[in-house]
Write a protein that binds this ligand. Sequence first.
Ligand code: ZN
Ligand code: ZN
Length: 452
Amino acid sequence: MREVFRRPRGTQDILPDQVSRWRTVEEKFRHWCGLYGYWEVRTPAFESRALFERTVGDATDIVEKQMFRVGPPKADEGRPEQKEKEEWVLRPEGTAPVARAVLENGLLSRQSLVKLFYVAAIFRYERPQAGRLRQHHQCGVEALGSGDPALDAEVIDLGWNFLNDCHIEGLSVFLNSIGCLQPECRPRYRQDLLNYFWQKESLLCKDCRRRLQSNPLRILDCKEETCQPVARKAPKSWEYLCPACQDHFSRLQDHLSGMGIPFEIDGHLVRGLDYYQRTVFEFRHMGLGAQNTILGGGRYDGLIEELGGPATPGVGFGCGIERVLLAMVPTPNEQEQSAVIDVFVAPLTKAAQKEGVKLLSALRKKKIAADMDYSEPKNPTGTEELRSLKGQMRQAHKRRARLVIIIGDDELTRNFLTVRDMVEHRQWTVAFGDAVAKITAYILGQRDPSLR
Ligand SMILES: [Zn+2]
Ligand SMILES: [Zn+2]
């Protein structure tokens, strides 16, 4: 027996009965992005490793242990003419690639505010568990070119309206500000946080003791039982904001209140990526267990500069599509979208099939959804040339075809075909020459009564 291939661990096949739900979410997302003036961008699935080291931060889990490496083919490895010494990785998050693309393509030299969205596969080498895959999918927005808190509010409002449109109930918005790089702002917070955690060092897990050296803010995110009570009593970042960040944060809250978006301040929300400044936020769904963040984002005013561009503020979010689907309240007609067709062509003999295939092609050119039965007879030399009319009618019924076109020897010799309306239970005949035009007109008339 040959080995059966299986998909890689932490990935999933999205089969046709699920794809309609995916498309619903993606279409809703595109719709809302359009209403807010965001344009779609598509970037490569792999990027330079340094792009993420520089922006996400080299002391983060993503960069330290979660990036899939992409290399040249074996035959090319180490060949002297292989000039590219660059290391590539599959995109582990969505923001840095978009910022790179904005800068590289000079989008900000043409307009002062660039508003983009993406729908993309994201790859992280993690231990797979419920709601966490090695390939997952995100829809996200990035708005670059303004530091105005009204733009932070717009981005949050977009996410809020999109997720509500997906019928997600029990969604909570958590908000925080982690300040800026001014010495009296986040650096002062970081120092106080460090002092606090050093006093509790013996209570921290191994990873967090290492984070004391590299990235103390990450300790606030630690899910270990020993670390959580320590983190809960830690100083809160919004208590350390400089006057400008304080003003930004309070204006953002005013905007959100004005928009009617309920939110809670979580002084320990940090999002753990180095590029965030000031605003960070998460939308959580209580029904999802440990992986309950559906959408997360924030402001990244230093990111473009970090990539070698001019100082450019920006804000955005990423939203996990798998988690949206888990949290969505199913609507009753979701199952209804299997391949429904207008016309089922049912030839009864091989000679009739020749005409049936031509008719099928002609109807599809007229944008009529049409299909036929392709099952081969069990005994090709036997008397039964094709599947019986009864069998074909069953197929037509399953596909919920409006019309069935029957072509038998009788029809062939007399140059007409039989049309049966499966809803009104009546049948009539049409000359071959008129068939395409008449069937098309009939179907269009059924779809739109004004054409009748
Ligand atoms: Zn500040
Ligand atoms: Zn820990």
